[in-house]
Design a protein around this ligand. Sequence first.
Ligand SMILES: C[S@@+](CC[C@H](N)C(=O)[O-])C[C@H]1O[C@@H](n2cnc3c(N)ncnc32)[C@H](O)[C@@H]1O
Length: 304
Amino acid sequence: MTDFDEASMTSGYDRYLAAKTTVDDRALNRQVLAELRRLMPAGAPRVLEIGAGLGTMVARLMDWDVVGAGEYILLDADWPLLDCSRRWLCDWAVARGLRSELLPDGLQLGELRVRLVHAELGGYLEAAHGSPADVLIANAVLDLVDVPAVLPGLLRLLVPGGVYWFTINYDGESIFEPGHPHDDQVMRAYHRDMDERIRYGRPAGDSRTGRRLFHQLRAAGAPALAAGSSDWVVSAGPDGNYTGDEAYFLRSILSTIQNALRSREDWVGPADLADWLAVRQRQLAAGELVYLAHQLDFAGRSPG
Ligand SMILES: C[S@@+](CC[C@H](N)C(=O)[O-])C[C@H]1O[C@@H](n2cnc3c(N)ncnc32)[C@H](O)[C@@H]1O
């Protein structure tokens, strides 16, 4: 999630983002996606994706025929991850039978030129940059930044009337089933950690990002033209196996909670946390763990 963002540059984070792909595929709100298709400029648009990670979104948007030509910029603060994205996208292109070529600053995927930009978002917004984008995308990212501080600058990265698609914005509710007596305590503490988090020297997260975006977008002069839920729903099939690499995805979610709370002993006692994790890990191994996270998607236009 978004919020369940393991400290970047950890080994395995690229696998977590790849494993998340099938979860996001199911979750992304189809009505909001239809609005993005309607708003998408014809021809060869310039797309900027912030916090792009491994680049799974550009692959998805090509698979779903939303983008196919033009320029697509992957911006992220994590250089090793961006570097991995070149290889990951080339492998994806080979599997799809799409012509691809590695380039010094990115790669070519068919008619689409993908460029990698290594930058921290706050610093990027403060510096001067080149031509504005036609489309701005943020997937599982806005709940990791200080939205009121960055939103006006983000919208200025777009041409007037340019299109935004902000997806998988966490909204304060994670559910693990079967229920456990420590669930409320653990999730309350996790949300508090998210609300107090500092990354890159800036406030970095809000456990209720999704609901707040409605009025934050309006206040920034860019009210949503479409909004809808994009909840993650992860459960094993009848054979007890999780889809794709989703068991790894769930393991990453549990270890993210563990890492966030291991130094918050006054919020959740170590014995309670250990008990909660042990039960969840057993349920995961048995294919019994169900995980739901409430999130929201938005599409609209920048002012002007
Ligand atoms: C949860 S991951 C999502 C990655 C990708 N959008 C996806 O859905 O697979 C969040 C990404 O945002 C990046 N990120 C977080 N804070 C950032 C910041 N302030 N500036 C730039 N990138 C940031 C992280 O490095 C990470 O790759």
